[in-house]
Every structure is written in C-alpha cells, then in structure tokens.
Design a protein around this ligand. Sequence first.
Ligand SMILES: Nc1nc2c(ncn2[C@@H]2O[C@H](COP(=O)(O)OP(=O)(O)OP(=O)(O)O)[C@@H](O)[C@H]2O)c(=O)[nH]1
Ligand SMILES: [Mg+2]
Length: 357
Amino acid sequence: MERLAIVGLPNAGKSSLFNALTGGSAVVAPHPFSTTETIVGIAHVPDHRLTALAEMSKSRKVVAATVEFTDLAGLVAGSTSDGLGNRLLAGIREVDAVCLVLRAFIDPNVPGGSDPVEDLTVLELELVLADAATVDNQIDKRRRAAKGGDRQATADVAALEAASKVLQSGTPLWRSGLSEAQRADLRPFFLLTNKSVLAVVNLGEDQLADADAVVAPVAKELGDVAVLGVCVQLEAEAAQLPEAERAELLEGLGLGAGALPRVAQAAYAILGRRTFLTTGDKESRAWTFRAGAKAPECAGVIHSDLQRGFIRAEVIRWDELLTLGSWQAAKEAGKLRVEGKDYEVVDGDVLEIRFNV
Ligand SMILES: Nc1nc2c(ncn2[C@@H]2O[C@H](COP(=O)(O)OP(=O)(O)OP(=O)(O)O)[C@@H](O)[C@H]2O)c(=O)[nH]1
Ligand SMILES: [Mg+2]
C-alpha cells in the first residue's frame, strides 16, 4: 500500500494529526521529541460517489478506500548529522509522499514557533541538504559508469545534474519546475523532495475565523502544492466523539464535516491513485487502482481469482448508474458496457467482473 509520512518540526502537532486521521493512539505531549518510533496507521478516504451508490443499493456494508500514514519524530535543523535524524530521514525515504505539518497555533505551554512559513523554510532546507548530499554522491558514481559506456548512466547524470542545480539554489524538487520526465528519471535515487507533497497548517482555535489569512503565505510559497488549514487539536478531539456528537461539534463551529476528510482526499489525490467501485445490497466498496490499469488487473485488486479467471467486465459510470437507479435497471436499459481484457478502467467506473476458475 502506498503511504505518506507526516513530517514537521517538534511539537507541530504531527501525532495529533496522525491520531485524528487514523484513529491511532500515538503519544501526544507538550514537549519536543515525544515521538521517537515510527508508527503506521490507516485512514479512510471519504468519497461522495461511494456514499451515493451505497444509498442507492441499500448496502449493508460500506467500505471506503484507504491510505496509510506514518507518524515520525520531529525534524530539526541538523537532522542529517545524528542517529535519530538519520533514522527519521530513512523513514521519509521509504514512503511515496510527504504530508508537511506547519505550526501556526500559539500556545505558551507548548514550546515552538508559530510562523508556518518559518517551519516550512526549516523543513525544506533540511530535506534539500540531505538530497544535495545524495545527489553529489550519486553523480560521481554515475559519471564513472557513463564513461564505461552505460547509456542509462548518461541519462542519470543529466537528471542528477539538473537536480543538483535546483538543490544548490535551496529549492526542493517538489517545487522546482523540473519536468515530469526529469522527476521520473530521478525516482531510482529515492530523493526526499522528489516525492508528492501536501501541507497542513495547524491552526489554533482562535485562528479559525481568519484561517485564510494564516494559510495564504504558505500557499504562496508552495505554489501548486495543496495547502490545507486545519485545527488539528479540535479535529483530534472531535474524532474521539461518537458520530452524531462529532457532527454537532464541527457544524456548531462552522466547520462542516471538518477538515480531516479533505486531508485524506488530498493525500489520496497526490498519490495519483484511482478509484473504481462495486455496489450491491451486501456491500458497496471503493477500490484503489493505479492509473492505466486494465480490467483484469483491477479485478485482481478484488481477488486474485477474479484476475486469473477473468472473462469480461460489465461497466457503467457511477453517475449514470445513479441516474438509472439500480444495476438491474441499467442492465434492462442496455447501459452496461461489456468490456474485455484490454479495457483501461477509468476513475469512477462501477464494475462487475465475470470470471471462471
Ligand atoms: N493549543 C494547541 N495545541 C496543540 C494543537 N495541536 C497540537 N497541540 C498540542 O501540541 C503538543 C504537541 O502535539 P503532538 O501532536 O505531540 O506534536 P508532534 O508534532 O507529534 O510532536 P513531536 O512528536 O514531539 O515532534 C500537544 O500538547 C498537543 O496537545 C493546536 O491546534 N492548538
Ligand atoms: Mg509526535
């Protein structure tokens, strides 16, 4: 499963966010480095298409797509130079994407700053320095291989040189303007800033009223990167409550369904994942597949037997099915497409797999 690492300065609210998203019980404490061990948790990704289909089918069970988060120790300037720091960077290296937590809340009882742009600067610089060191190290190796006539190595050197230039100027690769192709060439080097990224600005309750003003400077810095303002502490408290009380609390504060659904959705989106759906009276479910996957591979996401014995898929877009009112109605109206092994599944398709093993 693909995974995001929660990265931020000590006391930024990383573990609080992790717990709120995953229902986890990571240690939360008002002193830095309360997290030392990496913890993994699973967050559900709310999907209005799934909700609507489950209602249509009167499904007894509804299963959302999921995304994994890891809670890590706080990152500080100079992290690359000590043991805890190196373990932390290794923890970031092995995930697919990064969720930055930038602190804006002010609380004299919780040491740390409250300027999210400053947090961003410190974090990015640390990650950039680590990447610059990796790139330096790799460039020499790949140059030697290129001299030996290795064509892949020649391409690697070009990609690494472009990365080096960006990193030397202090810019992380995620907002470097390097092309998709260049970033893909760099993937084998597991650079920390060559991942997808999203940022959560951790707001105090008193900042909710002018959240936009607090978030805007961060958004300006980060350009195309998704930036979400979240009062993490409040959301974490709400997440502990039974559903009805939670809704009441969040709506009472004018927060709608709260910010956690948006964080999970943004995380899912930056991982580049796609969703197909299945629906029936027993269960409606959102399944995750990679862009470009064909019908048998998607069938295999449900069960390996369905891939092995794949015959065909019956397919309809979720909104078309919803308009028709039921799978049976869609069938009678002749609206179910019959697709074979070469069909590339599209985000939002509802599938029924015919198979024989
Ligand atoms: N006032 C206020 N306190 C918060 C907020 N979010 C988190 N905190 C508090 O800040 C402290 C640190 O929160 P954690 O979630 O442990 O932070 P962390 O980033 O995991 O910290 P380390 O693991 O030590 O790096 C805790 O006492 C939280 O209750 C917030 O929005 N407002
Ligand atoms: Mg923590």
